[in-house]
Design a protein around this ligand. Structure first.
Ligand SMILES: C=Cc1c2[nH]c(c1C)Cc1[nH]c(c(CCC(=O)O)c1C)Cc1[nH]c(c(C)c1CCC(=O)O)Cc1[nH]c(c(C)c1C=C)C2
Ligand SMILES: C[C@H]1O[C@@H](n2cnc3c(N)ncnc32)[C@H](O)[C@@H]1O
Ligand code: SF4
Length: 444
């Protein structure tokens, strides 16, 4: 196993999209983008919304998200207006009010907004919603109030995800994120009273000062609260690109086999507690919606990670949000100023994107299937770019015991699970052509 780790632990995409953002080309123009949405949209299938709230009160040193750190909460009223203007712009350009299947608030920190502002947004964005509408939100336990929880409950936000990361005081100090177990426990108890459909904890391994002992203790505390879902992420350390990560002392980082041991330990503890592996980084109790989706072959993946339902269109609002029209991707301006200038001058905020060709769509299907089902059929081999090279790489992975190969099918074996990003990379012809420097985190 350590040989395989050495061989395959290299930089690579996490495949929340194919092609990954650094490889995008042929961005749709604004009118092409609207046209793609119009061609794909239909009332029966509706669409999904993602809303990015970039503000955070305090900087976590490890953070890899697009965020603005400020203690000044008065920025929110103007920002909520911008989001509503962006939404109305879309409705005007499309000529109809889309039917909404789901709405996800991500960040930054959605709970930076007051419950009143969140409610105002939800009501505006879901005027035309499906009966089966499901909302979800990423919350920061440090600033989530009872009033927030009541607001979620009233407005169909049934799935909540808490940023936990780690409970050890020394680790918390090294990442600049103090958050006591008691505070989280109180919040989770209040959530249980309100019977949310799913409570997720985000946990990271590979953080500074983490050891086998601290991870064991963190999971002992997590066990007391029994979240329905746990995301156990590998810390992506890219200090060249993410300035805030330079505040982490690299001597404190568990690396290589040490980091791997933290993953293996976490996985073992999760299994002992009854959590099943539902996809890359995600573990669920059997009653949870992601477990059921995995079990009945309905697991999907989008920019936010794994989901149980996926509409043909995902529309992203707010700075840095990514949209998917099925024909193309588009990403909004990342900077708040650039975003605000465009919205205030009645332009869409998109600033780059990618229009899919036939090869993109074929490989997209293969990679999605690998990430969601641990197997993929190819259909026509002629449709796979660089097939000869792909075949050679797959044969080598088969020899390493990671996959089983039929002429028209790859099946990921248990040993290959943790190398899923490497297996997906075999089909990624952009990566084959040109690997960008320092863009991606390590695969293991
Ligand atoms: C809440 C913060 C977010 C995290 N991930 C995302 C958000 C909104 C979603 C996301 N992550 C990446 C992309 C780009 C899409 C793509 O390239 O296909 C999006 C939309 C990729 C990414 N995430 C991290 C890095 C370093 C990268 C780029 C390269 C790569 O694909 O490896 C770091 C990171 N950020 C978050 C997580 C969970 C994470 C790594 C585990 C939070
Ligand atoms: C949305 C979730 O993304 C995770 N997250 C944020 N930044 C990183 C990073 N650099 N590496 C791994 N996970 C990260 C946190 O767990 C957060 O809660
Ligand atoms: S991890 Fe969450 S709270 Fe911390 S800086 Fe990033 S977005 Fe903000």
């Amino acid at each position: 196993m350590s040989d395989l780790l050495a061989k395959y632990n290299r930089q690579g995409p996490r495949y929340t999209s194919y092609p990954p953002v650094p490889f995008w080309k042929n961005a749709p123009s604004e009118s092409e983008w609207i046209n793609h949405l119009k061609v794909i949209y239909n009332d029966e299938e509706g669409m999904d919304l993602y809303v990015h709230i970039p503000f955070c009160e305090k900087l976590c040193y490890y953070c890899g998200c697009n965020r603005i750190v400020t203690k000044n909460h008065s920025v929110q009223d103007n920002f909520v207006e911008l989001l509503m203007t962006e939404w109305r712009l879309y409705c005007t350009r499309l000529g109809f009010i889309p039917k909404i299947n789901s709405l996800h608030f991500g960040g930054g920190t959605p709970t930076f907004l007051t419950p009143e502002n969140l409610e105002k947004l939800i009501i505006e964005l879901t005027k035309n919603k499906k009966e089966t509408f499901t909302g979800s939100i990423e919350i920061d336990p440090r600033n989530t109030t009872i009033e927030h929880l009541d607001c979620f409950k009233r407005n169909g936000i049934k799935r909540v995800s808490l940023g936990i990361q780690d409970f050890d005081p020394d680790v918390q100090k090294a990442i600049n994120r103090a958050q006591s177990f008691e505070m989280v426990e109180t919040l989770v108890n209040e959530m249980r009273l309100r019977e949310f459909e799913s409570i997720n904890f985000d946990v990271i391994y590979g953080l500074p000062k983490q050891t086998r002992a601290t991870i064991t203790e963190t999971f002992r505390l997590i066990r007391k609260l029994k979240p329905d879902l746990i995301a156990y992420y590998s810390y992506a350390h890219l200090p060249e690109r993410l300035k805030n990560q330079r505040l982490i002392n690299s001597a404190d980082l568990p690396e290589g086999s040490e980091k791997q041991a933290l993953y293996d330990l976490g996985k073992e503890l999760l299994a002992e507690d009854g959590y099943a592996d539902v996809g890359m980084d995600h573990f669920a109790l059997p009653h949870n919606f992601l477990f059921k989706a995995k079990d009945s072959n309905r697991l999907h993946r989008n920019f936010m990670g794994y989901v149980d339902k996926k509409s043909p269109i995902l529309l992203g609002l707010g700075p840095s949000s990514i949209s998917d029209s099925s024909l193309s991707f588009a990403q909004n301006e990342k900077g708040m100023n650039e975003y605000e200038i465009k919205i205030k001058s009645n332009q869409l905020a998109i600033n780059h994107g990618h229009t899919h060709d036939e090869n993109d769509l074929n490989v997209q299907k293969i990679i999605l299937s690998l990430m969601c089902r641990n197997e993929s059929s190819f259909g026509e081999i002629e449709q796979i770019p660089y097939w000869d090279e792909v075949k050679t790489d797959l044969s080598s992975m088969e020899e390493d015991g990671m996959i089983k190969l039929d002429d028209y099918k790859v099946i990921v074996l248990p040993l290959g699970r943790k190398f899923i990003r490497n297996i997906a990379m075999v089909f990624d012809f952009y990566f084959r052509e040109k690997m960008p420097a320092e863009k991606f985190s390590r695969t293991i």
